[in-house]
Design a protein around this ligand. Structure first.
Ligand code: G3I
Length: 439
């Protein structure tokens, strides 16, 4: 109790701070540092919420970094990836113990869910990793290889080498596939963004969608046709992101993309995929509202659409809860006759100050469960993919935010650790498939 009062006192200090932004970050860390291993998750959440309320203005001032914009910066900054040494040459006994009927995919499928992960195609030459993917995944998605930057060295050419290897791997092992993605502001090749205003970008856009989708026609479970079209702070009508595609193809670029996509591969589930919809906070609420308005508009205009992706890049020790906002959002999508997919789940644990691995793993596992518990209340949720499968390859180690907050501490964010052993997150996911799924 005395300890909790001490935490409260630290939290309260923020109200009197002159340098609110810096103080806000420090205070969050102090709060987390003060937590004993025995603290309940609810107590942590409550304390963090109070902390957030007091530091709200700092949050709004943008001190709390947006991981989603971190990637373009990292391309320039080039932070080193952690050195994990040589990957295991064979799966450890802990991974062998959770294959077959004990795997994520087996437990998920018993409850009507397809589960899987994003893969980096080049990394599949690692035989233990490939074996793990086949053991655990019913469906895979290439992390980068189907994006414009992956496929289009120039206006005239396509390089399908890695994408073909992805589909060959999936076919060889009987795995379903997702396509990701045909329009994303963060994957516009330099030659394309440099095209003069007079260029017919609309024609290039349509040709790209037709060419890529036709090549893999009939082999893709679902395509993220457009990714991350909403960014209310850009101030465009409907909260649309003022992206390259919006500017150069036009505000109707989604309609054009989805109509072209349906023609190119009538079997693929056409998905709209976005982030920032998971939390009970004002920013996520606004994003959810804009996305739903976008989707309703598309339905009114009879634009083909089958599913909505919730990316699920979430954080351990977030000041916000995952609850009503997400549940209502999923139900709204369901009432439109669309399916819901969790497409890129991972848990960033940079805000946990303690270096103790078992402590961090527990928080991460609990955060997986928090999201899946809400998602599985709805039978509309049919698919769950994590963004990567082992901590060895996660994108979360790349961001400048990570390098500022935890430069020497690789993330423990996925269901398998860097030595390919299942983490508590693995067991939390499996438990969620079994206990929370509404059929
Ligand atoms: O492979 C090249 C390498 O040859 C080159 O030397 C190096 C120099 O920068 O870059 C390497 O490519 C990087 C690639 O990841 C593979 O590591 C790119 O710079 C880097 O931008 C790219 O980041 C990816 C990012 O999307 C941008 O495409 C991440 O791996 C990937 O996890 C991330 O995924 C996105 C989803 O598509 C959409 N939702 C958010 C999610 C996370 O940002």
């Amino acid at each position: 109790m005395a300890q909790w009062r001490a935490i409260e006192a630290i939290v309260r200090r923020i109200g009197a701070s002159t340098d609110e932004q810096r103080e806000w970050m420090t205070t969050r860390r102090q709060v987390l540092n003060s937590l004993t291993a025995g603290a309940t998750w609810l107590a942590v959440q409550q304390t963090m919420s109070r902390c957030w309320l007091l530091g709200q203005s700092a949050q709004q001032a943008g001190q709390h970094p947006d991981e989603m914009t971190a990637n373009s910066a990292v391309r320039q900054a080039g932070y080193p990836r952690p050195d994990f040494g040589t990957p295991p040459t064979a799966l450890p006994k802990e991974a062998l113990a959770v294959r077959g009927p004990n795997s994520l995919k087996a437990h998920a499928s018993q409850h009507g869910i397809l589960s899987g992960a994003a893969v980096v195609v080049r990394s599949l030459t690692d035989r233990a990793l490939a074996e793990l993917v086949v053991d655990q995944c019913a469906i895979i998605v290439p992390e980068n290889e189907l994006k414009w930057r992956g496929l289009r060295p120039s206006k005239e050419s396509y390089d399908f080498t890695q994408a073909d290897a992805f589909f060959a791997f999936a076919a060889k092992h009987g795995l379903k596939t997702r396509g990701h993605t045909l329009a994303w502001h963060n994957s516009v090749p330099d030659w394309l963004s440099a095209m003069p205003q007079s260029a017919d970008v609309r024609a290039i856009f349509v040709d790209h969608i037709r060419t890529v989708m036709s090549r893999y026609k009939g082999r893709v479970h679902s395509w993220d046709v457009v990714n991350e079209a909403i960014l209310p702070k850009d101030g465009m009508p409907g909260g649309m992101r003022n992206s390259f595609w919006y500017q150069r193809v036009g505000p109707d670029y989604l309609d054009l993309a989805y109509r072209t996509a349906r023609e190119a591969d009538p079997h693929a589930q056409l998905t709209y995929n976005d982030y920032g919809v998971e939390y009970d906070n004002a920013d996520n609420e606004e994003r959810r509202r804009c996305i739903l308005t976008l989707l309703r508009g598309m339905q009114t205009r009879k634009v083909p659409l089958d599913a909505v992706g919730i990316q699920g890049h979430i954080k351990a020790a977030s000041p916000f809860t995952i609850g009503k906002g997400l549940a209502v959002y999923i139900e709204a999508i369901r009432s439109m006759g669309l399916e819901v997919y969790v497409t890129e789940l991972d848990v960033n644990e940079d805000d946990i100050v303690s270096d103790d691995i078992s402590h961090r793993d527990r928080f991460v596992a609990q955060t997986y469960q928090d999201l899946l518990e809400v998602a599985f209340r709805s039978p509309a949720v049919k698919l769950v993919l994590t963004w990567g499968i082992t901590d060895r390859g996660t994108w979360l180690n790349d961001g400048p935010t990570h390098h500022r907050k935890q430069p020497n501490r690789p993330q423990r964010c996925l269901p398998f650790d860097p030595e390919y052993r299942p983490t508590p997150a693995f067991f939390a996911m499996r438990e969620s498939f079994n206990t929370h799924r509404a059929i």
